[in-house]
Structure formats: C-alpha cells, structure tokens
Design a protein around this ligand. Structure first.
Ligand code: SF4
Length: 257
C-alpha cells in the first residue's frame, strides 16, 4: 500500500487541529493525573514522555484545595423522602421495561453531582449506575481531577432502563424531571457534571448539540453545570478524551474556587 505524501499528512493533521479548535480545544495537556485517563491515546504515541506538559496549565493539588467556603443549608427534605415519593413509579412508559428503579447513589453531602442519561441493560440488571467499563473510566476521569468517588452523587435523568435504540422521549424525561431537580436541591453540589447529550439538553432545557454546550460553564440556578461526554461514548471514541479533559478541568477549577 502506498504511503501518504508529507503534503497529504499535513493536510490530515490540519483537519484534525481544525476539528479540535471547533470543539474548544486550545491546548494539549499531559500531566500525571490525566495520563491514566488518556492511556488509550498514549499507546498510539508510545515515544512521548508520559508526564510531559505540552502546554503548561497549573492545577491546584489536593493539599492546596481550599476548604468549602459555603455551608449547606439543611434541606427541607431528604433523599430518602424523594425516593419514598417516587415509590414504585409508573408515571411514564419506561417502567414497563425496567427490572428496578435506579434512583441514584452517593452521599447527600457530595461536592460533585453527576447526571447520566438512563440506566442501561447491565446497570438495570446489576442495580448499579455507572457499572462495568463505564464505571472504570468514570473513576479515572474523577481521579484525573482529584475527585474522590465517595464525594460524588450519581444519578440519571430518568430512573428506569432505556437504550440507545430506544432512548427516553420528552414525556419520559418530563415525568422524571421533578425527582431529579429535587435530588439536586437536596445534594446542593458545588458542581454538576452532565454526561451525554440528553443529560445536558434536559437540564439546560435546550435542543443544542452537546458539541455546542460542552467546553464551557453553565449554571443551573446558581450551581455551576458542565456538560461533557458519557464514559460509554468515550470508550467508543477515545480521541474525544482530550475534549472531555477540557471539561473536567473546568469542573476542577470550580471545585478549587
Ligand atoms: Fe417513573 Fe422516572 Fe421510571 Fe418514568 S423513568 S417510570 S417517571 S421513575
């Protein structure tokens, strides 16, 4: 097979850089924390030193992390109250395909609240959100920004199983939304990370594509909200991890304020 000419290679590189610029990627950072998260990409460039900073961006270490400045007010209701109100919910058609309701998990005092899209088949069977490979990558994403998984509350925009072939429709999302908003009120996180397009669109009440929503800070009431990719998408599209890293750094910056 004939090798591409240097001119063709340069044209391809230019196209990739233009795509990254359109996604809001202004630099390519390599640090100790992100190497683990980006490992699939590292294998594509084995000669590069692992911890080389291609563009130096300072991050605040755990030791420097300031104390939470704002004390949370005692919530009017608890997560247990919301779960009780949800009951054995049949408010939308998704209840027909579920094994169980996956309400959410994590401490009510969590600093970070992650909103995924829907429980998938495996999560529905195992009774655990972000399980399997998705969960493994999520842990690496959090480690990369020095967030302890025990300081994270995990939930989804709908609490019953759906799939990429049959994603939740507007009426399903609307039926479940009050419970999600109540969870957010109770946890009152310092940062919300939405993972996947539907999660961002649902909480931001927009139809904009994720590519136009991610890479910047939004707010839900006063809470910083940062849209990014779902781990399952990143597993299939590892070249997008660098864009996700930009989003994660935004979250880290908010946590370190
Ligand atoms: Fe109820 Fe939400 Fe499940 Fe619909 S997705 S049945 S609203 S718990």
């Amino acid at each position: 097979m004939a090798l591409d000419s240097p001119k063709k290679i340069l044209q391809d590189v230019r196209k990739v850089l233009q795509l990254h610029a359109a996604l809001g990627l202004e630099s390519y950072v390599k640090s100790e924390g992100i190497c683990n998260f980006l490992e699939r990409l590292d294998t594509a460039a084995p000669d590069q030193p692992k911890h080389e900073a291609l563009s130096v961006k300072r991050t605040v270490s755990v030791a420097e992390k300031p104390e939470k400045k704002v004390a949370k007010l005692a919530p009017q209701q608890t997560l247990a109250d919301i779960r009780k109100n949800l009951g054995d919910c049949t408010r939308c058609g998704l209840h027909e395909g579920r094994t169980r309701i996956l309400f959410g998990s994590g401490p009510a005092t969590a600093s970070v609240l992650i909103v995924g899209e829907w429980p998938n088949r495996i999560e529905d069977a195992e009774g655990l959100l972000f399980s399997g490979e998705d969960g493994g990558l999520l842990k690496k994403m959090l480690q990369a920004i020095q967030v302890d998984i025990n300081d994270v509350y995990l939930t989804t925009i709908v609490k019953c199983r759906a799939s990429e072939e049959n994603p939740p429709q507007k009426e399903h999302i609307a039926a479940c939304r009050p419970f999600l908003l109540s969870q957010i009120d109770v946890v009152a996180p310092r940062v919300i990370l939405t993972m996947g397009p539907l999660a961002a669109q649902s909480l931001l009440s927009t139809n904009k594509l994720l590519v136009h929503l991610r890479g910047r800070l939004h707010r839900l009431k006063t809470i910083p909200l940062i849209p990014t990719f779902h781990p399952s998408y990143l597993l299939k599209n590892p070249e997008m991890k660098k864009a996700a890293w930009i989003d994660l750094q935004l979250a880290q910056r908010e946590l370190n304020r």
